[in-house]
Design a protein around this ligand. Structure first.
Ligand SMILES: Cc1cc2nc3c(=O)[nH]c(=O)nc-3n(C[C@H](O)[C@H](O)[C@H](O)COP(=O)(O)OP(=O)(O)OC[C@H]3O[C@@H](n4cnc5c(N)ncnc54)[C@H](O)[C@@H]3O)c2cc1C
Length: 399
């Protein structure tokens, strides 16, 4: 039987799913439809490029189930395909003793999630990162590497073309009726199975396909400073202990695969899924809902949103990002040595029923549709593993 699989969205998730579907050989035609002129233009190329090792996530969540295995899969894939890598590892450091209990919790989660992780006393820190600062203890994660996200997209795209995936760019899916998708040029695409991998727009696509959820998009902008020149004196990434009730990891130092240092990312509330700079990229279809929810959350301070928002707005200033990063290291970070770098938007969902940010990935299988919602960090790390999981799910459902 001729089976057509259509994937809406050509970010890392849509691309790795297309690759996995090809390897399983169960669909005759596999098509990616992407609204931009090239693949991977949004979150998949605008992130930290850190291959996370799986210790942040509460056991039994999808993130916890996927991330450790996903880390191995992605590191192996990058090595095999010569993707630019930095095999750095990372340390997680405490600013004061009040953070020790959370550091212990991260270590326990790491052990439960089978991550390769070590908890050391501060006197060991100089063996891993002499330039890092900690109080009492720190975590060492040797498998937290970084890769070049744009290089990775290009490598996967090349593989998809070799595998025979049809890639259609510059076409936005705007509606759907009876197994037919319609794009913004009124072209029609018949599908036997469709996967919604539209990243920050996935909730909109789900609605187009009559999927109702309690979720709304609450986008946050991740801004970075990047060093103007290569800096070779650091050995590892340096991360602070995060607030584990929120899906953000705090401003950290990341070593890029090409030898620079990035500081960030922030988590600044913004007005639209592509609102990368000031008021540019505002989408009036999203605006009323997003503003309504932001005002409500500011007023109620649900999940500490008001405190988060005020703290994060300060990070619009270069000086404040530098000063947050400076707490992690004895290396003198100078404002003039850093410039703003390509920001990304986190496709964060807010659950209107529970009044909380959704912390985990959300997958919905409905007949011949599969929706990938809340594609937030570490979805980039998890992409190859997520693709395996989703293909298992889909093939079980249609066998
Ligand atoms: C600042 C920041 C830092 C991050 N750091 C890390 C990190 O270090 N490690 C990590 O693992 N993860 C990280 N992440 C998360 C990671 O980048 C994302 O989770 C991942 O890239 C999501 O991939 P995606 O394919 O789901 O989404 P996207 O890359 O956004 O792809 C979705 C695609 O769908 C397309 N699309 C949308 N609507 C339509 C439509 N109607 N028709 C056709 N196409 C459509 C879009 O144009 C887009 O190309 C970070 C994210 C951000 C924002």
């Amino acid at each position: 039987m001729k089976k057509t699989l259509i994937i809406i969205g050509g970010g890392i998730i849509g691309m790795t799913i297309a690759r996995e579907a090809c390897l399983r050989k169960k669909f005759e035609d596999i098509i990616i439809i992407e609204k931009e002129k090239k693949l991977g233009f949004h979150a998949s190329s605008r992130n930290s490029g850190v291959i996370h090792a799986g210790f942040y996530y509460a056991p039994n969540t999808k993130k916890a189930l996927f991330c450790t295995q996903a880390n191995n899969l992605l590191r192996d894939y990058c090595i095999k395909k010569n993707v630019q890598l930095k095999k750095s590892g990372k340390v997680v450091v405490c600013k004061d003793e009040s953070q020790l209990s959370t550091l212990d919790e991260l270590y326990k989660r790491g052990i439960a999630n089978k991550s390769n992780i070590y908890l050391f006393d501060e006197n060991e820190l100089s063996n891993y990162e002499p330039l890092a600062l900690t109080k009492n203890k720190f975590i060492w994660s040797p498998n937290t590497w970084s890769a070049n996200p744009i290089n990775l997209i290009n490598v996967i795209e090349k593989e998809l073309i070799e595998l025979g995936v049809k890639i259609i760019c510059d076409r936005e899916i705007v509606s759907q009726r009876k197994n037919i998708l319609f794009d913004n040029y009124k072209n029609q695409y018949h599908y036997d199975f469709v996967i919604n991998a539209a990243g920050a727009h996935a909730i909109k696509i789900a609605k187009i396909m009559d999927i109702e959820t309690d979720f709304v998009l609450l986008p946050f902008r991740g801004m970075y400073l990047k060093s103007r020149r290569k800096i070779s004196c650091f050995n590892t990434h340096i991360y602070p202990v995060p607030n584990i009730s929120k899906p953000f990891l705090g401003i950290h130092t990341t070593l890029t695969s090409d030898g620079f240092i990035k500081l960030g990312p922030t988590a600044i509330p913004v007005l639209s899924p592509e609102n990368y700079i000031n008021l540019r990229g505002i989408d009036f279809n999203y605006l009323p809902n997003i503003i309504f929810n932001q005002i409500k959350l500011l007023f109620k301070n649900s999940f500490g949103y008001r405190d988060l928002a005020f703290k994060e707005f300060k990070n619009l200033s270069k000086k404040n990002i530098i000063s947050a990063a400076q707490k992690l290291t004895s290396f003198k970070l100078e404002e003039d040595d850093f410039e703003w770098y390509t920001p990304g938007i986190r496709a964060q969902l807010f659950n209107q029923k529970s009044g909380n940010l959704e912390m985990d990935f959300v997958n919905i299988l409905n007949s011949n549709q599969y929706h990938i919602l809340n594609s937030i960090s570490p979805a980039w790390t998890c992409s190859l593993k997520t693709a395996e999981y989703i293909l298992d799910d889909i093939l079980n459902s249609i066998s």
